[in-house]
Every structure is written in structure tokens, then in C-alpha cells.
Design a protein around this ligand. Sequence first.
Ligand SMILES: Nc1ncnc2c1ncn2[C@@H]1O[C@H](COP(=O)(O)OP(=O)(O)OP(=O)(O)O)[C@@H](O)[C@H]1O
Ligand SMILES: [Mg+2]
Length: 861
Amino acid sequence: MPLAFCLSLLAVLALTVVMCAVLIARQRRERRAWREREAQLASATDAFALGAFTLTAATKAVTFDDRSLLILGIPQGERHRAFDYFVEHLHPDDRARAMEKYDALVTGPLDTLSADLRLRHPERGWMWVTIVLSVVERSSAGRAMRLTGVFRDITTRKQAEEALRLDESRLSALLTLNGMTQAPVSEIAHFALEEAVRLTRSSIGYIAFTNDDETVLTMHAWSDTAMRECRIKDRQFVYPVAQTGLWGEAIRQRRPVITNDYAAPSAKKKGMPDGHVPLSRHMNVPVFDDGHIVIVAGVGNKESDYDDTDVRQLTLLMSGMWRVIERQRTAEALRASEENLRITLDSIGDAVIATDAGGCVTRVNRVAAELIGRTPDEARGMKFDGLVTLVNPETREPAPSPVARIIESGTSAGISSPVVLVTRDGNERRIADSGAPIRDADGATVGVVIVFRDVTDQLRIEEQLRQAQKMDAIGQLAGGVAHDFNNMLGGITGAAEILATKLGHVEDVRHCTDMILNAAKKTASLTQKLLTFSRKGKIQSTPVDLHRIIADTAHLLERSVDKRIKIVCDLMPGKAVIIGDPSQLESALINLGLNARDAMPAGGTLRLATSSVRLDEQFCQSSGFPAAEGMHIELTVSDTGTGMTSDTLRRIFEPFFTTKEFGKGTGLGLSAVYGTVKEHHGIIKVYSEPGKGSIFKLLFPAAAESELPEHKPGPAIASAGKTVLLVDDESMVREVTSSLLRHFGFNVIPACDGREAVDIYSARRDEIDFVFMDMVMPRMDGRDAFYALKKIDPAVTVIFSSGFSRDGTASGLLEDECVAGFIQKPYRRDELLRVLSAAFTKGARKRRDHPRASVRDEDDD
Ligand SMILES: Nc1ncnc2c1ncn2[C@@H]1O[C@H](COP(=O)(O)OP(=O)(O)OP(=O)(O)O)[C@@H](O)[C@H]1O
Ligand SMILES: [Mg+2]
């Protein structure tokens, strides 16, 4: 062998030895390091209570350390296991995820995986482990060959986390429940139940409420799944506790009841109805309120066993729900009682205002809102004293605030004497107030409630009643006086006439008898008005169409009042029929018209209107007149004149009350109107303010139109071209009668007394067809004038009128053939027409017998 070759071989050998030595040394180092690592790992696993294992990827052989066996519940000595042991014990839900991660680890490039997984412990059931698996050695192809793993039991931590999650979930559910302030109880129960099912990982659930003595359960909600799966036909809602099976135990035992093996036989079971959702597990809890079971809530069919966590979650959630329901019910009851209070307060006729202790308004009822002219919302929060203005009716000084009074005294105050409440729009109402403090549970005054009674109408009615009583009393007095007066007047006039007949030729006596008769005439007209006022006069009772009376009166007034006064008739369509006395009604209307005329010295508008109104009982009662409810004709006489002060207004119906200057008014006009209205069972109301004119409203019970007698046109008189000498000392009578006569077609020559009549007649006797003459007049009375006229013209035709009755008129005179008729004042148009027509017939007859003398007698001398 050549040396060179030997040397080479030696070198190679030496190199090989050296390399081997190096390799061995490295291997030793590595083993030492491995052991060191293992030792470190072991101490680490010890320190952290970790289980450790190794895994050979190719054989899937696992070797557990002692602690692993302990954690996993594997008997000691069985440390070598197949990898499948792991896989089999994994929770089905975690399996796929775990295998995916493992495969990724084996193929690389990651060398470590970590995961939290559920493993089944042979005794303890599911447990949580956190596991870290690392690749120790890979093949040249990069596949993992040897792996080591460590793991730790984290069940307690997971349970705590789960409990926390459930708590959070429950709290969020309770938060939602708390927000369901407007939801009905059924909706609240349904929501809570779905949450309970979710929190306890159940699939069905129910909520039942108990009655007061816990003997009956009433179903309030079933979970959606239960409803879907339930096939019971007639589902029962009410269950007597005594008849319940296992689920009634929660009430009977007064504690939560868990039945994790529902299929197991139990003496407490009473069987389920056909179609009931099959139950595998069940748990229910009673919910207490003040020691009383108010709810039984149950869940069922959780996949795993129910435990204390579920009991806790269900109990807490349901207690929370009950509090929400209770709060809801309390709020609802409060709302209902608030609504009841509002309805009650709004339905009473008195005004109620409540304030807080500071006098700020907290509540205002409907009547109060109307009284003060503000809506309750506007009034709320305002100071009572700023809202309500109270004034002393006599002094007009501000009245003390009832709120301050009650807050100060702290005691209730009875009804006060009426004060004036000035409303927002300036109107005044008379009110009487009472009030009481509102106290809290400790008796401290926290507010005041004030009750106002609007006594304006009551006071007005009382005043009207007083007025009516006063008027009745005056009426009786006046009636009695007027009656006696009338009789005495009869005596006076009779005696004066006898005196005139016997001693009339003595000028002085004649003068005296004229004065007596004149005064008696005036007195008689007053007495007549007084009698009308006291309703002692004779009154007709026939159906009358007020429209005819209005038309006649308007016609009369048109001719007799200042042309600057416009008379407007505004009558309802058709007739306005009432039962009454036409002449009384006419003179009432004339009186009202004349008053209006006097109130409009510079002109204005007098309006006469009618309408048909139905009076209700309340109106009649408050009217102060004994009126009956039903249809009425309302006659309105209004003017645009001076108006009246309230003082005048209060007294206008009193006899002899007048504001007119002495001699101009008797103050009996409206008294007579008042008497007429009362006589007709009517009502009279007056509205007037200074400068704003006056409105008189007369209401008469309406009668049927059919009651009206057919209107017969008055007898036709051949009046055309005929001339009447009208003699009356009263200018009003002259004006009124002239206008009537002209209306009938006559020419009228007026004369203001006998003397003037005689003068006119003697000058124009050819023109004059007849004389219409008053009996009692100053200067020359009717009788003297009559004889003077007869002297001028023995064929003179005279019609007498007198305020005295025919009987009281000088006997013999009316029987004279020149007297064609007599009419008693006051007369109406129809009556005048009748007398005229009779007089014409008589006059024509007479003229045939005694043609008019063509010569004048004495006057010619
Ligand atoms: N339309 C009116 N406008 C204003 N004041 C009136 C009106 N009607 C009546 N009065 C007042 O009522 C008072 C009483 O009226 P009444 O008719 O009773 O008496 P008179 O008119 O004064 O007198 P007489 O009617 O006897 O002429 C009147 O004086 C007047 O003050
Ligand atoms: Mg008058």
C-alpha cells in the first residue's frame, strides 16, 4: 500500500474520529439542553399546575405526565394514550375548530397553537382547558414529527366569565325592561320570558301569575318556541295550584325546583295534556314580593343540566320583571287615579285651583280655566295671585289672597262672603271661595286647594227674586190705592158734572168744575196705568198676532215721532200668535216706543223685532218670572239712544220712577209694560248701558196660529174726501188718532180744546163732515163745545171719546141725536173703525132727516 494512500486513510480516519467526537459532544450538549428544558418545563408545569404531554405525529401516540392524568381524570399508569382519546373527549362544538388548528400546526409554518377547548371529564362532565401545543421537531419536508403540549384546567375561570356574561346579558335585558314604560304587561312578560329562555339556554318557557292567596296560577306568557311547538287544542290559562303536577312544586315548596331528568318517574307528576311540548329538563322558580309568591316562571329543555346559575339568572330576571310590572301598574294606577281626579274635578260645577306651598298653580279644572280665561297648561306654574284678580265688591280694593290666608293659617277656610273676580277679558264674576291646605305624609303644608263658586247667577236670581217680590208688593199697594182712587174719581167727576149742569151758567163755578174734571181726567189716566201695573184692570184674553200690533204701532209711531228716528221692523216670517189683550199689548209697545223716542232726542234707530225661541226650564227658573218652558215669541224693542246706568236700570219698573223732568214723565209707562208682561205670563228683560242704547226683550208664550180668529176686515167706510175735526187736549192722542184717521182715508183738522174746535168749526163748517171730540178738556170741555157746535150747526155730527166710561159721562148728552157715537180711551184701530162706521151710518140717516142748515146761528150774530 503506498504510503500516500495510508496517510490519506489515516487522515480520513482521524477526521472521522474527530467529527464523531464533535457530533457526540454536540449530542451530549443537546441532550443536556433537552433535559434542562424538560426540567424547566416540569418546574414550570408544576408552578402553573399545568398538565404536559408529548405527541408523536406519525404514530399519534400521546404520553401524558402525572398532572395531565389528574386533570383529565385518567387513571394513573395509563399515561400512554392514542391522540384520538383527545379528539373523542372534545366537545362536539369545539371539535372541528381544534382539528383545523392542529392540521395547520403540523403543516407549518407556525410552530405553536393555543386554544380554549371543552373536554369531557369522566366524572365532572364538561371542563374547560386552555392548551398550548408546540412543534419540537419537523421532518426535512417541514411536517411536524414530535410535539409537546401543556394545558391547564380553566373551568372555574370560564364559569366565572360565563356568569359575568349572563349577568351582563341579564342586566341589559333588565335595562330594556325598565325602558318599556308604556308597554302593556303582556309585552313586558313576553320580552322577559324570551330573555329568560336565552339566559338559561333553554328552548321553552312560561310565566304564570298567582292570585292573592296563591291558590291559582294564571298563565301570562309562553315562549315563542313553546307556542310554536305546542299542539294542545284548548290551552288552559287558569290552573288551581292543587291540581298542578310537578311544576306546582315551586309554589308548594316555595323554592326553585330543578328536574334535570324529566323522563324519570315521579309521584308528583300528574301527566301532561295531549300535544304538550315534550320535556327533557325543567326548572321553575317562585318570585316573591313581600313574602308573597307573585309569579312562577319556568324554563325547560336546556341541552345540559340546569344548575344554580340558571336558578339565579331566572330568579333575578323575573324579580326585575316583576318590579317593572309593579312600577308599571303603580304608574298606571296613578295615571288612572289622576284621570279619575281630572274627570271628577272637571265634572263638578265649581272652579278648583291647586297650588304648591309657594302659591304657584299646579292644577286647574275646567270650570276654573273657563272662569280665569286660561287653559290649564297656561295657568300651570303661574302665581295664583297673578292669575286670579279678586276685588272687594264694595270698596273695589284688592281682596286678600285666599292662598296666602290658608298657607299662613294652615287650616281650612269655609265659604267666604262673595268677592268680585275680574276675568282676563275684564268681565266681573261674583264668587265665593273656600279652601284647604294640602299636607304631605308628615303633615307639612305643601300646597293649597282653592274652590271658587261662581255665585253671579245665584246673586242675580236672588236679586231678581227680591225685585219681583218688591214689585209684587208695590203692585198690591198700588193696585189697592188705584182701585179706591178710581171709585173716588167716579164720585168726583160725577159730582163735578152735576155741579156743572146745575150751576154751569155761573162762570166761576164753570171754571172750577172744568178744573176738577181736567184733574180727574189726568188722574184717571194715571190710575189706569197703575191698574195695568198691578194687574187689577180688566183684561181680554184672545189670540193676537203680535205682528199686526207691531205693524199698527210702527205705523202710529212713524207719524208721530221725529223724522230723524228711523223705525225698523224685523219680524220673523209668518204670524206671531200669543194669547192676550190687544189693547194692553199695543199700549205696552207704544210706551216702549215713546221711551225709545225720548232716549233719542237727536234721532237714531228704533227696531222692533220678533223671533221664536224655546225656553228651557233652567232659563225660566232663573228669569225671576213665573214663566213656563216651551215655545215663546220674543219681541225685541231696541233703540240707539242714551242708554241707562245700572242704578236706573234697577228701578225702571217701579211705579213713578222717572228720570224725566217734572211734568214730562209719570214714571208709570214701564210699570204698565211690566204689569202687561206679567199678565201675559211673559218675561221682560232689559239690557242697557249708558251711551249704548237699550234693548227691551219681551217673551210671551206662543200660541198656535190656528187659534187666531180669521181676520175680518173692518167695516168699509166711505171715507174718501171726508174731513174730521179732531178735538183733544193731549197732543199724543191727537197725533196718534190723526194718523189713524188719515190711514182710513180721512182729512183731519186738529183742535186742542173745545174753544179752538168751535172756532175752527165756525170758520170751516162746510169742509167738516164730523167732529171727533174728547169729553174733558181745559178752556172748553166737550159738552160745552158740543152745544156751541150745535148752535152753529144743528146737524153737526159728533163722536165723543173719553178716558171715563160711558156710564161716567154726563147723562143725557150721549142720547142727543147729534152724537153719533162714543169710544172709550184708550182705543184700538179696529174699535175706532167700528165706532166710525156705526157713526157714519147714524150720521147719514140723521142727515137725511135734517139736512145741514145753511145759515149760521149765533156766530153770525
Ligand atoms: N229706551 C230707554 N232709554 C233710556 N232710558 C229709558 C228707556 N226706557 C225707559 N227709560 C228710563 O226709565 C224710566 C222709566 O220709564 P217709564 O216709561 O216707566 O217712565 P217715563 O218714561 O219716565 O214716564 P212716562 O212713561 O210716564 O212718560 C225713564 O224715565 C227713563 O229714565
Ligand atoms: Mg215712558
